[in-house]
Structures are given as structure tokens and as C-alpha cells.
Design a protein around this ligand. Structure first.
Ligand code: NOJ
Length: 533
């Protein structure tokens, strides 16, 4: 008879070994500063905040259509008005100032500037909005960080196949060209595509985001992913060849991923499943762009499962050797969105031709992890440090900018959002550990989101904002939640000053605290002054 220890046996052994419950290293607060010139930001996206869905000649996007289709979005919410940011540049800049961020990440609505998605007609009124926004930000010394594609594809392009059609790569390149040429004199940080995983899988596999397709889950997401990678690479090359010398900015893609741990860390099958989850998530896009081509894991598994099902070739498209070369290295930094961690175990889907079957893993969460307003988001700060280290190791120590991280709530409005302050303090402290203790080259942090907004298919019910937006008041005012003061203090101190070496001016609220913490004992390192050098 073989006796196999359950996880609880390992746990009990550890308790005895430790003779109690010391605070795990993971949870001990680290005091110290981020490098000089650290990018502190907060983010939004056009469809989630702008409103003005038909204003001044804007064309329709796949999200306009999706949200106007009954039952697609919770309570049939839509972005017609959203936070009315299209009419509220001054208000948005005022709350950014209050936060003390030095950057603001927002996206451009493709159909606001090119109503049918092509350069056949340029909508100047749409450009004027972004022009005014960029100028208003710069006037307050807030640098714009612009996303070109945050999920709102022109419906006119969807009508001819959208991201499934390779011609969309060209359309995206034309659109990028136009935006670089109009705004690149003032904008130095760019993101081509936000979260390609979600575009490919949520929009074209599970079908719960626009364009809402779910009937070829084993092939379409891979085709879409393939074209997204090409579109990103073409936009990067365009900038590199035509704009970099003059504009001197940085262009990259924002890739999202959960961290994944084995459900039972002592079981090899679970360790392997956790690795597959990661390779199929962050690796799907990061591997071709940072290392060259899809990972062996994805190529082998998908080919074998395709052939076993009687197909003549893999469902994962292949890059030609020239394409592999053209795509590899198309980044100036690693844009990274992160929220949560999962626990993985092997799960056999038989020969089901689906991304989930290819990945061959199930995921659960630890029941002790704190909840949020979103079912998928559990509070797991340790995972951020681990995945930052994974990026460092797996993708050749790139410069990383965290382009999103944050937490939601749902239910009654309560401006005392202690859970959010807790979340930001713990997650940002893990970023500090990655920087100071692990030498991860992380140069920026972006809180999602500046304000409550349309959380896609869950509508306005899940609220990620640092500011509450009262949408029943015709003025749609932005109201600070408690977490604004926590986040702005971390920014003001450029980290977490050690109480033992205090008092620290930067911790004081109000204007007299409006000073950088410059405590030399706090471990800050010599890093370049500015992001762009
Ligand atoms: C990812 C997306 O980029 C953003 O649009 C979304 O609202 C947040 N994560 C929260 O789910």
C-alpha cells in the first residue's frame, strides 16, 4: 500500500517545523523607494468612459453594436454616455491632478477619428478631442500614454471579417500611422493593442465580449491572435522606421496574464498544468514578440491534438521564418496588465477542439483569498511579484511598465473603499520587492482605473474606479473614494518610507506634503532619471 501525503500533511509538517505561524516573507512590508522618474499612472479606455457614441461624426464600433444587442451586457448597460469624458476634459484632468500621477493612460476610439476604419475619411472633430486632451494633460505636466486599440474595432471592418481578416493588419497600420503623425510630437509612450488574449479568446472564443463569436473556439481565437501579433509588429516597425528618429518615443503592446501556481505544489502534474496555463496565457503573445515564434509548448500540444482529431494541420497558424524575424523584438518595453492568481491542475477534455482542451488545465482559487467585486479577481499580491520575476527570466529581462492593476467592488456605493487601499498598498509593495530585492527592471505602475466605468459585459455593476462617478446626476461628477489619498501618498513618497526614519513630509496630506520623499536610507537605487533616455 502506498501512502501519498495530502496537501494538509505538508501544511501540518510546516506548522510543526516553524513551531507556529510566522508572518510569511511574502507578507512582510518592505520600506523603500522606487527609482527616480518612476512612472505613476492611472488608466481608462475610450469605450468605457467617453460616451458621445454618435457625437461629431463618430462611426460605430463593435462595442456600440454589441452593447446595443439585448442581453449581451448586464442590465443592458452601454457606453452611449458612460462617464461623458468626451465632454469633460477639464474634470478628468482635475482628478488626475488630485491623484498626483505623472502619466495618464487612455485609449483612442478608432471610429472617432476614422469613422469607417479606413483613412478614406478623417474625422477632424474626433481628432480635436484627443488634441485638446493631450494639451490639457501636458499643461499639467501629466504625460499621455496612449493605447491605439482597446477593443473597439470599427464595425465597418468587422463587416468584412474583422481581426479574422488579414487586411485588418493593414488598416490598423494606416490608423497607427495617422495617430503617430498627429499626436506623436507630444506623445512619447504608446501601446498598440491592449490585452490581445482578451480580444482573441473572450471576443472570439468564449464570445462574451464584442464581436461575440463563439462557434469556432478551437480555431478562430488562434487566427485572430495571429493577426493581432502581426498588426502590433507592423505598427511597431512603422514607428521605428518613420517616427522614432524624430519623435523619440516608446511603443509596445500590453499583454495580460494571471499568475498560476500548482494546486498542490508537491504534485508534478499540477506543476506542469500551472506552466501550461502560463504558456497559453502570457506566452501566447509574449513568446513571439520577445523570444520569437510561439512556444514549443503551444506548437506541440495544438498540433498533436489537431492531428489526433483528424485535421490535416495544426489549428495554430504558423509564422514563416521571415515573419518570426519581423515580429521578434518589436517592443520598447513590456506593457503588462495583471490582477490575480489561479491554482492549476490537469484536466483532460478528451479531443474537444477548444483552447481550453489544448491548455488541458482546470483552475481553482484558494478559499482564503479575499474576494473583490469580480468573480474572477481574488486578492493575491504575491502573484504579481512572482509573475514579474517570470517575465524577467523568460523574456530576457525587459523593461516592464505595469499598464493595469486594480480591484473592483459591487453593490451599494461606499466611498470608504478600504479594500482598494489594502489592495493597492499590498500589490505596489510587491512591485517594490520585485524592483529592490529581485532586480526586475520595472519602471512604471498604472492603477486601473481612474474612475468607475463600463466594465464591458458586466456593465456599470463592477466598479474599479479610484473616483466614483455619479451617473444619475446630469453633471456626472467624479467623487474621490478614500483610496485616492492612499494612492496619491504612495506616489508623493515614490514608495513606502520607513516609519523608523520618519517623520516624512511626503506622508502629510495637503500642499505641504507635496514634496518628494528623499530619504536616502530607504534603499532607492541609481536608475535613469526619466523613462525615455
Ligand atoms: C482589463 C481591461 O484592459 C480593462 O478594460 C478592464 O476594465 C480591466 N481589465 C478590468 O477588468
Amino acid at each position: 500500500m502506498v501512502l501519498t501525503p495530502k496537501f494538509s500533511a505538508h501544511f501540518y509538517f510546516q506548522v510543526m517545523k516553524d513551531n507556529g505561524f510566522p508572518i510569511p516573507d511574502d507578507e512582510i512590508m518592505l520600506y523603500g523607494e522606487f527609482p527616480q522618474g518612476f512612472l505613476w499612472s492611472t488608466a481608462t479606455a475610450a469605450y468605457q468612459i467617453e460616451g458621445g457614441w454618435r457625437a461629431d461624426g463618430k462611426g460605430l464600433s463593435i462595442w456600440d453594436k454589441f452593447a446595443h444587442t439585448p442581453l449581451k451586457v448586464f442590465e443592458d448597460d452601454n457606453g452611449d454616455i458612460a462617464c461623458d469624458s468626451y465632454n469633460k476634459i477639464d474634470e478628468d484632468v482635475a482628478v488626475l491632478k488630485q491623484l498626483r500621477v505623472n502619466h495618464y493612460r487612455f485609449s483612442i476610439s478608432w471610429t472617432r477619428v476614422l469613422p469607417d476604419g479606413t483613412t478614406n475619411y478623417i474625422n477632424e472633430a474626433g481628432f480635436s478631442y484627443y488634441d485638446r486632451l493631450v494639451n490639457a494633460l501636458l499643461a499639467e505636466n501629466i504625460q499621455p500614454h496612449i493605447t491605439l486599440y482597446h477593443w473597439d474595432l470599427p464595425q465597418a471592418l468587422q463587416n468584412v471579417g474583422g481581426w479574422e481578416n488579414e487586411t485588418t493588419v493593414e488598416r490598423f497600420k494606416d490608423y497607427a500611422d495617422l495617430v503617430f503623425s498627429r499626436l506623436g510630437d507630444r506623445v512619447k509612450l504608446w501601446i498598440t493593442i491592449n490585452e490581445p488574449y482578451n480580444v482573441a479568446m473572450v471576443g472570439h472564443g468564449y464570445g462574451v465580449a464584442a464581436p461575440g463569436i463563439s462557434f469556432r473556439p478551437g480555431t478562430l481565437p488562434y487566427i485572430v491572435g495571429h493577426n493581432l501579433i502581426k498588426a502590433h509588429a507592423e505598427a511597431w516597425h512603422l514607428y521605428n522606421d518613420k517616427y522614432r528618429a524624430k519623435q523619440n518615443g516608446m511603443v509596445s503592446i500590453t499583454i495580460n496574464s494571471d499568475w498560476s501556481e500548482p494546486r498542490n505544489p508537491y504534485k508534478q502534474e499540477d506543476i506542469d498544468a500551472a506552466r501550461r496555463v502560463i504558456q497559453f496565457y502570457i506566452g501566447w503573445f509574449a513568446h513571439p514578440i520577445f523570444n520569437g515564434d510561439y512556444s514549443e509548448t503551444m506548437k506541440t500540444i495544438i498540433r498533436e491534438r489537431s492531428l489526433a482529431a483528424g485535421l490535416s494541420k495544426s489549428r495554430l497558424p504558423e509564422f514563416t521564418p521571415e515573419e518570426i524575424k519581423r515580429i521578434k523584438g518589436t517592443y520598447d518595453y513590456f506593457g503588462f496588465n495583471h490582477y490575480t492568481t489561479v491554482l492549476a491542475y490537469p484536466l483532460n477534455y478528451g479531443n474537444l477542439q477548444h483552447y481550453d482542451g489544448d491548455r488541458g488545465a482546470g483552475t481553482v482559487v484558494d478559499r482564503t483569498w479575499l474576494d473583490s467585486g469580480s468573480g474572477w479577481l481574488k486578492v493575491t499580491p504575491f502573484g504579481l511579484r512572482r509573475i514579474l520575476n517570470f517575465i524577467k527570466k523568460e523574456y530576457g529581462n525587459p523593461t516592464i511598465i505595469i499598464t493595469e492593476n486594480g480591484v473592483s467592488e459591487r453593490g451599494p456605493i461606499d466611498l470608504k473603499d478600504y479594500h482598494r487601499s489594502y489592495f493597492y498598498e499590498k500589490y505596489i509593495n510587491q512591485v517594490l520587492k520585485a524592483h529592490l530585492l529581485d532586480n526586475v527592471d520595472v519602471r512604471g505602475y498604472t492603477a486601473w482605473s481612474l474612475m468607475d466605468n463600463l466594465e464591458w459585459a458586466t456593465g456599470f455593476a463592477e466598479r474599479f474606479g479610484l473616483f466614483y462617478v455619479n451617473r444619475s446626476d446630469p453633471n456626472v461628477p467624479r467623487v474621490a473614494k478614500e483610496s485616492v489619498s492612499l494612492y496619491s501618498t504612495i506616489i508623493n513618497c515614490n514608495g513606502f518610507p520607513d516609519p523608523a526614519s520618519g517623520p516624512h513630509d511626503c506622508l502629510k496630506p495637503g500642499p505641504e506634503g507635496n514634496q518628494r520623499c528623499s530619504d536616502s536610507s530607504s534603499g532607492g537605487k541609481n536608475k535613469p532619471d526619466t523613462m525615455i533616455n
